[in-house]
Design a protein around this ligand. Sequence first.
Ligand code: FAD
Length: 410
Amino acid sequence: MSTVVVGAGIIGVSIAHELRKRGREVTLVDKGEPGMGASFGNMASIAVTEFMPASRPSVWKQIPGWMLDPEGPVRVRPGYMPRLVPWFLRFIAASRPRTLRALEEQGAALCKLALGDTQALLSEIGAGDQLTETGCLSLYTDEAEFKADRDHIEILDRFGFGYEVLGHNAIRDLEPEITTRIGKAVLFPDNRSLKSPHRYVTLLAERFQALGGRIERGDVIGFDRSDRITGVRLKDGQVIPASEIVLCAGAWTGILAALLGEPIPLETERGYHTQIMDPGLSLRHSIIWPARAFMVTPTAGGIRVGGTVEMAGLHAAPDYRRSKVTVRRAREALPNLRVEQATEWMGHRPALPDTVPILSRSARTPGVFYATGHGHLGVTYAATTGRLIGDLVTGARPPIDLHPYRVNRF
Ligand SMILES: Cc1cc2nc3c(=O)[nH]c(=O)nc-3n(C[C@H](O)[C@H](O)[C@H](O)COP(=O)(O)OP(=O)(O)OC[C@H]3O[C@@H](n4cnc5c(N)ncnc54)[C@H](O)[C@@H]3O)c2cc1C
């Protein structure tokens, strides 16, 4: 009997690899090829300084204004609003000061482990060169923009994450392509990026198979249970016997949890990128401009521009106007940016209303585990998630208290 891991995104592949390493028989099941969900087109950042809950007042107070702006960083498709109400009420509940403090601690606890765990995992699979040595630059035109982002910096101070404030000349020395309009920046040296997030998944999947792990193509539509989980049902009628299952199907995990009678408030925050293979410039750092809400990362052989949140569920067609807005904004930061040989992409971030992932055994069905809701930080948290779920499944003691990440906390 094997442990069946459902979903071969970066989370599922990391967990499958870890469990195989610990001697389990592991079958990894996905309806498609590994790494073709959100893990394909994300912004490639090991963003250890970005764990702040989205429900903090400096963010949610801007939401009504953003809603009225079709080019704003957060967009809710009008037809989807009624579906979003229960999730949004939980989001607001997560903005209470005491709750926020606890959520910050939970995010920081994962981010404290994330870079070291990612480096260790990459070197273990012979892919240490996939991670850049340079960090991320956060840009501000002036003091007012910098002050508007000060709660971010204060949280980093509270948890001891390093950063460096840079003036005009230092910014130009590091990245000459950044417009002279930018007067101030913060360098986050530990906020590294991957040469290709998709390659991270495929290299890990290859290593998992080399260790004897099995990858099966199949659409999971149900489960067999007695007093505990016994199998996973696929759409083609096949049943894979299982002694345990780990559900980590990204934004689709909520559908599977509901089949087990354990609903979780999982939404999708849809995000967009434009991959530019001939940008006419080169960058060493990733850059974010908080006031313009976009990110640029040198990755996948070119430059990737992305960001924004669109709430429209799992089925609506992409609206690529959102990628064009971020490219326009990126050109404000990088005046020489040329958009040649460009492709657009949309993916589904698995998003919980309190920003913290579920890393948990089931509260209802013995043998079932969940690893989902990694939101904007799934790539960042992947190696750590593999390790923590490895501990949970094998009964080892995890390095942090996993109670706050339980599935039945909502
Ligand atoms: C635009 C954008 C930018 C981002 N930037 C960053 C970043 O810079 N840094 C960062 O850390 N994170 C980033 N993220 C978030 C990150 O990409 C996600 O959190 C992460 O990829 C989620 O991984 P996952 O394995 O949970 O889900 P996914 O990668 O979506 O994988 C889920 C898998 O489950 C499979 N599946 C679903 N249902 C079934 C079923 N019924 N049966 C079988 N298989 C099923 C799917 O086919 C898919 O392969 C970004 C996301 C987006 C969209």
